[in-house]
Design a protein. Structure first.
Length: 485
């Protein structure tokens, strides 16, 4: 009995060359590699100029050699990847044509599994623009090809291709391409650059910097226009300074953020914001904050410069140290109060500084507690010194710190400073149960996983918090009657 067997011979339908940066992957691989080098050894940043002197290809080689990129967590263009997978199933020959170094290009090709060959930077040849086109033409042997790219550096290649595939190109480049080339396919990004910038600089976190107004409020300097004006300058300066710090911190935390269930959606971690924008904005914002503080005094400028250096040290070293990171984060809140007092020449009570230090230490512990709660399957919180079994202890530390802050506030009410400022100084004691209620509630909600990564951001959106704040302000005003200057 004979059996006829039909053998299906799959023929290659098209030759498709595909770029990497901004096309397959949303981010810039060279920048990612350099950041990875700095993350693991800060001092390597001083080697970058020497690598670059030997050529851009050598820079890419050394960056690839010394970095430890987690390829699997890179932000991919999912829509375009789905298209590539369909092309692969249809029998198209897909070639990975990238300016990235071959060491990284091979890892990415192995991860994605759709490329039949790789054309990448190797040796002394930096494979971009015309040099990439020559390699592609040599590979294709005059065979017609399609090319997928996203940048002006791809212009000559699109011009030589049979069909252009545009992936997340700018609107300006897209219009120019449509006038000159035959567009085979277009993939459009719907994200707004301006929106991504505002998210990256954490505008909603600026509320933290309102702490600089505390010295004016507590001293009842409501009609001191000079102090109020200076407080506004300090507020703006700290907003710019904090945004600069957020950008640097997010750049250094790219890998750990991408492994986090919520932080992976941050603009830089998700690839929605160009890393180069962050690298330019960070020093500009920091410089602007120092310049603003110089309008008040050199000491004020030194304060904000100190804040920048401390947070810089935190980003690269302290945040990895068990407990040191929490104490520093908590103290930075009180640092804002202190800076507001120095800049306005209004002394801040040591009682209040201790109260605020313990209160914000509680919130800093809360932030770490939440991070441990949302990563139950990870034994070590990425980039931190905590492990999962620390969760209950962190909770205890945080609650105790909050209670201590309330105790200090209660003792503060009996101090001579309070009695001079408030006609009914005992009334301030009514703030203590309100604060205890708020602290117990936010810790209880955090235990139920109802609080986001940042408790301050949660408080800004929480209606109950606003009720507590209004009641505290009412008590403050009533207790201050006949004592306001």
């Amino acid at each position: 009995m004979s059996q006829n067997v039909k053998i299906k011979i799959q023929t290659k339908q098209r030759l498709l060359f595909v770029d990497l940066d901004g096309t397959v992957c949303k981010t810039d691989i060279l920048l990612e590699s350099l950041i990875s080098c700095v993350r693991h050894n800060f001092w390597s940043v001083f080697l970058f100029p020497f690598w670059l002197i030997k050529g851009r290809a050598y820079l890419k080689y050394k960056a690839a050699l010394n970095s430890s990129l987690k390829i699997s967590t890179l932000p991919w263009n999912q829509n375009f990847l789905e298209y590539l997978n369909s092309c692969f199933k249809n029998g198209d020959e897909i070639v990975h044509a990238t300016g990235a170094h071959m060491l990284i290009a091979e890892k990415i090709a192995n991860e994605l599994g759709v490329f039949s060959s790789i054309i990448a930077t190797k040796g002394n040849e930096n494979l971009i623009g015309l040099s990439k086109l020559k390699k592609m033409q040599s590979y294709s042997s005059n065979r017609e090809f399609f090319y997928a790219g996203n940048d002006y550096s791809d212009w000559d290649i699109w011009k030589a291709s049979k069909g252009s595939i545009l992936v997340n190109c700018s609107s300006r480049l897209t219009k120019q391409c449509k006038k000159e080339f035959d567009i085979s396919r277009e993939f459009i990004s719907k994200s707004s650059k301006l929106t991504n910038i505002f998210q990256a600089i954490r505008v909603r976190q600026w509320v933290k910097n309102s702490l600089v107004f505390v010295p004016v409020i507590l001293s009842h300097q409501f009609f001191n226009t000079r102090a109020i004006y200076q407080s506004f300058i300090v507020f703006i300066a700290f907003c710019l300074c904090a945004s600069s710090v957020y950008l640097v911190n997010d750049l250094m935390d790219l890998e750990s953020d991408r492994e986090h269930p919520r932080k992976k959606n941050r603009p830089m971690a998700s690839g929605s914001l160009d890393l180069r924008i962050a690298m330019v904005l960070a020093p500009l914002l920091a410089g602007a904050s120092i310049f603003l503080m110089l309008k008040i005094s050199i000491i004020s400028a030194l304060l904000v410069l100190s804040y920048i250096l401390i947070t810089f040290f935190y980003t690269f070293y302290i945040k990895k140290l068990l407990l040191f990171d929490v104490f520093l984060v908590g103290s930075l809140y009180s640092f804002r109060v202190y800076a507001g007092g120095i800049s306005t020449e209004i002394p801040v009570s040591s009682w209040f500084l201790f109260f605020s230090s313990f209160l914000f230490l509680s919130l800093a512990f809360l932030k770490r507690y939440i991070e441990l709660k949302v990563q139950p399957k990870i034994s070590l919180v990425s980039g931190r010194g905590y492990i999962r079994i620390d969760t209950d202890q962190i909770r205890e530390f945080g609650i105790v710190s909050g209670y201590v802050s309330v105790l200090i506030l209660a003792l503060y009410v009996k101090s001579p400073e309070i009695q001079k400022l408030y006609s009914w100084h005992e009334g301030i004691l009514l703030i203590c149960p309100l604060l205890l209620f708020w602290l117990n509630r936010i810790w209880l909600l955090a235990g139920r996983s109802n609080v986001d990564d940042d408790p301050v951001a949660f408080a800004v959106q929480d209606k109950t918090t606003y009720v507590v704040v209004v009641l505290c302000l009412a008590i403050f005003i009533i207790s201050s009657l006949n004592k306001v200057n």
